[in-house]
Design a protein around this ligand. Structure first.
Ligand SMILES: Cc1cc2nc3c(=O)[nH]c(=O)nc-3n(C[C@H](O)[C@H](O)[C@H](O)COP(=O)(O)OP(=O)(O)OC[C@H]3O[C@@H](n4cnc5c(N)ncnc54)[C@H](O)[C@@H]3O)c2cc1C
Length: 462
């Protein structure tokens, strides 16, 4: 549990919060939109919350957008959709653009336009000593290199400039196949997948349908020229007995709403990941086998493709090391309430689902390559193994201590600090001195255990 959460609205707020954390010797973490699987947004010191910084300014002529450090994908796409432009995002609209971009950013446009980080033009970043620098090609180049996939903690990105692409609409939606045909559907998909053009990405999902029984979903997204996708999508409609088909031409931003029903605030989700060179017949078999053993409707398996434009970027160009075709597999176990029960009658506590997810990741180790710490970049773990660029380049410029990054780590933090009460501070322009004074007083109170008035959280607006 954090000691403090500072809600920042300006660069000055960020500078102030960093200075306060440093002067108090507190650990510091950055929270964009809180979607990090590894829980890196939280620490038991000062959490710098950027959710109030979500401005988006589009320059249609320059095909770029300036976005604040706490903007979500949906904030950007709400501005770009009406202009027939699109930013490279992940497949979930609520994810923070900075968190996504700094880590990598696999998404439906990956084959055509690369990772989200390949579309970062510049970042205005507040460093640990309070300086503000712009990292871009030709300026602060080491920092610019490390920001893109280096595991984070190089500073706080207050604003980024990202590339936009002309994309009046995409052809996207959901194809639903019965789980009884899962083996055939996935095998047939595996046969045609290598021949799909860069403009077509397909996410494969094994999830519970409305009645709780598993189904296979395919989510194609065509981002090529209008009318050009039909021929490529057509074979995907004939993989088995199609139960439902919502594929249509839509704005790119609208296409991301497909996953909204599955992303429920407050739901607890455990995730394991692994990667595969290709989604082949063997992998199809593993997915079917895994879902056949699913212990509840909270179990799901999702794929994210990495290929095309993303694979063509030279590995030395950014700190993101996995520059080769692969398929990232998410194995999810979710459980809606604290006791980990699906409903009061559910016989499956959270642990059983977590065990299921763990066991699936380690099944057939020769076929699945585990990616530690959630998504591959969570702690910069991709760099030493897969990049020829020395890790020291990253270490040299890392300015905040790297977080230990794991889901388990976060739970330990929560356990250790459960007794303390966090203090919420809201920094506003011109309130720096008051914030520092307030912070010092709060800190003294925290240290002596006198903080708070008995409420779970105390909120202080300056
Ligand atoms: C439901 C869901 C769907 C997802 N889908 C995808 C997907 O399709 N593709 C994909 O690639 N990833 C996906 N992810 C992973 C996601 O991109 C990363 O976890 C990302 O870090 C989340 O960013 P955030 O700002 O929402 O999270 P936070 O937890 O707020 O931030 C995560 C970390 O990013 C860093 N960070 C965030 N903002 C800043 C900033 N302004 N300055 C400096 N550092 C910052 C910090 O280290 C922070 O601790 C998904 C995650 C979830 C939960």
């Amino acid at each position: 549990m954090p000691r403090m959460v500072v809600h920042c609205r300006t660069m000055a707020d960020i500078q102030l919060a960093i200075a306060a954390a440093r002067s108090a010797g507190l650990a510091l973490s950055v929270r964009g939109r809180g979607h990090d699987w590894a829980g890196r947004a939280l620490c038991d010191g000062l959490v710098l919350d950027l959710s109030g910084m979500r401005e988006v300014h589009v320059s249609p002529d320059r095909r770029s957008a300036r976005i604040s450090g706490g903007a979500r994908a949906v904030d950007v796409l709400t501005a770009t959709d009406p202009l027939g432009l699109a930013a490279v995002t992940g497949s979930c609209s609520a994810v923070g653009m900075a968190g996504l971009t700094l880590g990598g950013g696999y998404g439906p446009l990956i084959g055509r336009f690369g990772l989200a980080l390949d579309n970062l033009i510049a970042a205005d970043i507040v460093l640990a000593d309070g300086r503000i620098v712009t990292a871009e090609s030709g300026n602060e180049e080491d920092l610019f290199w490390a920001l893109r996939g280096g595991g984070g903690n190089f500073g706080v990105v207050a604003e980024m400039r990202i590339r936009l692409h002309e994309l009046p609409n995409v052809v996207s939606g959901v194809l639903v196949y019965p789980f009884t045909e899962a083996g055939t559907v996935l095998r047939r998909f595996a046969e045609i997948a290598p021949s799909l053009p860069d403009e077509l990405t397909v996410q494969v999902c094994a999830v519970a349908g409305p009645d709780g029984a598993p189904v296979i979903l395919l989510v194609p997204t065509w981002s090529g020229r209008q009318g050009g996708g039909d021929a490529h999508i057509a074979p995907l409609l004939k993989l088995g007995t199609l139960l439902d088909n919502s594929v249509d031409a839509v704005r790119y931003g609208a296409s991301l709403s497909v996953f909204d029903p599955f992303i429920v605030n407050g739901q607890r989700v455990f995730m394991e990941t692994c990667s595969l060179p290709v989604l082949n017949e063997d992998a199809a078999e593993i997915i079917v086998e895994a879902m056949a053993k699913a212990v509840s409707a909270g179990c799901a398996i999702l794929t994210h493709e990495f290929r095309g434009a993303a694979s063509r970027v030279p590995v030395e160009a950014t700190a993101f090391g996995l520059r080769r075709d692969h398929v990232l597999i998410e194995i999810l176990a979710s459980f809606p309430d604290r006791r980990g029960r699906l409903s009061s009658g559910s016989p499956f506590p959270a642990d059983i689902r977590i065990c299921w997810a763990r066991a699936r990741r380690t099944a057939r180790p020769q076929a699945l390559v585990p990616t530690p710490d959630g998504w591959p970049w969570s702690s910069g773990t991709t760099i030493p193994a897969t990049s020829s660029v020395p890790r020291s380049r990253c270490r040299r410029i890392r300015i905040l201590p790297p977080r230990s990054n794991s889901f388990t780590g976060r739970q330990e933090v929560l356990r250790r600090t459960r007794a303390r009460r966090p203090v919420f501070l809201t920094a506003t322009d011109g309130a720096c001195e008051r914030l520092i004074a307030r912070e010092r007083r709060s800190l003294r109170q925290c240290k002596t255990g006198e903080n708070g008035n008995g409420n779970a959280l105390e909120s202080i607006a300056l």
